[in-house]
Design a protein around this ligand. Sequence first.
Ligand code: GTP
Length: 414
Amino acid sequence: MIVTALDEAMLSEQTTLLMAGIMCLVLPLVMTFYRQHRETYPGFGIWVGAFLCAGIGCLLVGLEDLVPVWVSVWLGNVFILAFPALLALGLNVFLNRPPLFAAYSASIAIYAALQGWSLVTGLSAGFRSALFTVFVFFYVVRLGFNIYRYTPHVLGRHDKLTLTVIAFGVVIVILRFVNLLFESVYENSFVFDDVDTIFIILLVLASVAMVIATISLNQLRLEFNLRTTSQELQEQTIALEKSNDKLAQLALTDFLTGLKNVRFFDSEYKKLWENSTTSGTPLSIILLDVDCFKLYNDSLGHLAGDECLKRIGEVLLTHPGFHRGLVARIGGEEFAIVMENNAEQALEEAERIVAIVEHLSIPHPSSLVGASVTVTAGVATRSSLDSSREKLLSRADYALYHAKSLGRNRAMAA
Ligand SMILES: Nc1nc2c(ncn2[C@@H]2O[C@H](COP(=O)(O)OP(=O)(O)OP(=O)(O)O)[C@@H](O)[C@H]2O)c(=O)[nH]1
């Protein structure tokens, strides 16, 4: 009773195939529409071709009564088989995998040959169905494996929708195979003749789901690439900012000693001067010059001279008294220190530096002062007499000149 009711409710296999064919021809149109509005990745075009093949194949098989048997049963089935094969091939291209074009073409050619042979020799329709199902099974499993294994490479994760659709496809194919095996057993007792119609409907549903899955796959990849690109861009911007900062630092740093250079000194000295004008904090400047440095270079060479300047630079860089001040190399062997200290403190610091350099005991064979490298310092502290920062600087310079004339290796205040 139930069987009869179901039987009556079913569309004939042919009608279903024709409807499936039309449906499968509509799907590529949807995909083409999508392609015109969104960027698609290589492989998407092959998928469109796959659905086109499915549509043509279904129509050819559905028109069994109108066209020669080789067109419907042979060519129609070859077209339908090309559907999963092209889906798998397109996926390889989409995932940047080797497309295996030759392998897929060969497998379809083998199927076509076997199908033709079964027709010529008059083998049963059951054999042809089994043959078809085995090939489809192979493609669908391959499709599922590739999606599982390689989509994370292009999406950064698994695409659950595609995996679900493929699993659905695998189940349908397995059910169809089981049906083929047991058809003869339950044929008259349980099932209506149109069981194939159910499979066709299920496959059409799977095809629609597959179209949605392919579009979603493409969309996810677009989004993933956009995310990755903007992340990369962000990282590059940060790296660029860092290297810009570094470049800016380098532009203001003396390459030999690592102290600030004369450019930095000029701008920073200006700021300290302005700050002292507004806040009334004391401002002192120490000018430091290496004694008899020309003779040092002449007797030990320019490279040794550089090393000597580096060591004096280290002393200034690490001297605790200068932490809050400005220390720079403003000439060949001339250094300047600007500090927010009064005259007494500044002179003390200058004397300390002179002593520290002497204690470095860097041998100076031709010095007019002693056996080792020494420095002389001129100190000036801002007073009401200093109308400008240049004036303060020149007073420090004068003190230095005076200290040099008194025999070097000493600190003198202006
Ligand atoms: N090795 C080395 N020498 C430098 C550098 N810059 C300048 N000099 C040398 O420093 C020397 C400075 O000599 P002078 O200005 O005559 O002064 P000085 O010999 O130190 O004599 P006093 O200042 O009177 O003690 C010159 O010979 C310059 O060539 C440098 O970066 N490296």
